[in-house]
Design a binder for this molecule. Structure first.
Ligand SMILES: [Zn+2]
Length: 402
């Protein structure tokens, strides 16, 4: 170990673990109050809906202008119950619920319940409706998850996409696909993995200067990875990061505020998102899905640092700026330092070893392709997992295998 490396103990710890291929994420046990299970009964879902309505004022501080007591939404237990909160009269078939869990104030809306499915509502069949038109109201509709916290994260995330449609200056509309060939080289995969490791390392650091240094290194490696890509691939990455990274950040932050969880819970969630996002079976074998899906965690982690360091980043993002630009400004990233920063970070975070790893994978016989319906199924926008992975090395597979 060199003297330079010894000056950064926590950074170094992460690096060593990274080189061993472990996930090195120690996630603290969740406090008991976060394990509120949503029971499969209308009353539990009604209670959760009333709780969300009652938490509106609290969560409205997370993103200026997003969410209020007027915000309508639907929580569906597919095939069993559709629970609606709205300020306008409910459609025929819905029964008024008298539940006022979670607030003592009179809300402007009302919770309603419908048994069974509701035709045309994707959420009642397990999907998500970002902007479901309901008479005079437009609501976000989601299927419930296996816990209250996961359900809330999903609801706020998807509702934020509706807000983006209304309020964000649109980025250039890219095709939502990464070209498999350009992003499947061992060097590209290795650089992307180095970037993920650097962002993960920032979550373990407390010293602002160290974090800023890591983030400059992140930007330098990213620049090196992306600069030779066709411009449309760069546009896709920036667009997805702007939309999904902010929705991911907002979804988890609002659920933390709603449930009165500890603020640092967000760091643990982001650790999991940065680590788990490449493990889903329908992601691991597909380069374009893998690179799409990693953006949820990387974008939300960048959002965390912008939120701490730039008091007006939300407005800037709404007006059309992207995470890479805003982060570059926040950490004073200078182009003339980029090469030396990138080389240092690639050395410290195991770039060469990763390149060898991905080359080895590329030489192996292609794995059996996933069944088409699994391979092409859209990945759920967010899926916080109740079980945590540990010591799992990334299952990167043969580029262009499919
Ligand atoms: Zn999303």
């Amino acid at each position: 170990m060199t003297a330079r490396q010894r000056r950064k103990p926590a950074y170094q710890l992460v690096r060593c673990a990274a080189l061993l291929g472990a996930t090195f994420v120690t996630v603290k046990p969740l406090p008991a109050r976060q394990r509120v299970e949503v029971q499969t009964s209308d009353s539990a879902i009604v209670a959760l809906a009333a709780f969300v309505a009652g938490a509106a004022e609290r969560v409205s501080h997370v993103w200026p202008g997003f969410w209020s007591e007027q915000e309508g939404f639907i929580l569906a237990d597919p095939g069993k119950w559709v629970v609606l909160y709205t300020t306008v009269p409910a459609p025929p078939g819905f029964a008024v619920s008298s539940s006022h869990v979670g607030t003592t104030r009179k809300l402007p809306g009302q919770v309603y319940v419908l048994g069974g499915e509701w035709a045309d509502l994707a959420a009642s069949r397990g999907g998500v409706d970002i902007e479901f038109v309901l008479g005079l109201d437009t609501v976000t509709a989601i299927p419930i998850r296996d816990s209250a916290s996961a359900t809330l994260s999903l609801l706020y995330h998807e509702a934020f996409h509706g807000y983006q449609r209304r309020r964000f200056v649109a980025s250039q509309r890219p095709l939502e696909a990464f070209g498999g060939a350009v992003i499947s080289t061992p060097e590209y995969e290795a650089a992307a993995e180095v970037e993920r490791r650097i962002l993960l390392a920032t979550l373990h650091e407390e010293d602002r200067q160290t974090v800023a240094h890591l983030l400059r290194a992140y930007l330098a490696v990213r620049r090196r990875r992306t600069q030779s890509l066709p411009v449309e691939v760069q546009v896709v990455e920036r667009h997805l990061e702007r939309m999904e990274g902010s929705a991911e950040f907002v979804g988890h932050r609002m659920r933390i505020v709603a449930l009165n969880e500890q603020a640092e819970q967000l760091v643990h969630i982001l650790e999991r998102r940065l680590t788990d996002s490449l493990r889903a079976p329908n992601v691991a074998n597909k380069a374009h899905w893998r690179h799409r899906y990693r953006i949820y965690g990387t974008g939300a982690t960048i959002a965390l640092w912008l939120d701490r360091w730039n008091p007006t980043w939300e407005q800037a993002l709404e007006r059309g700026r992207d995470f890479e630009e805003l982060l570059s400004e926040a950490v004073d990233f200078r182009a003339f330092e980029a090469d030396s920063l990138a080389e240092e970070a690639m050395r410290d975070f195991g770039f060469e070893e990763l390149v060898r790893h991905f080359r080895d994978w590329a030489r192996r016989p292609a794995p059996a392709p996933l069944p088409a319906e699994l391979a092409e199924r859209p990945i759920p926008p967010i899926e916080p997992r109740p079980t945590l992975h540990s010591a799992v090395s990334p299952r990167f597979t043969t580029p262009n295998a499919s």
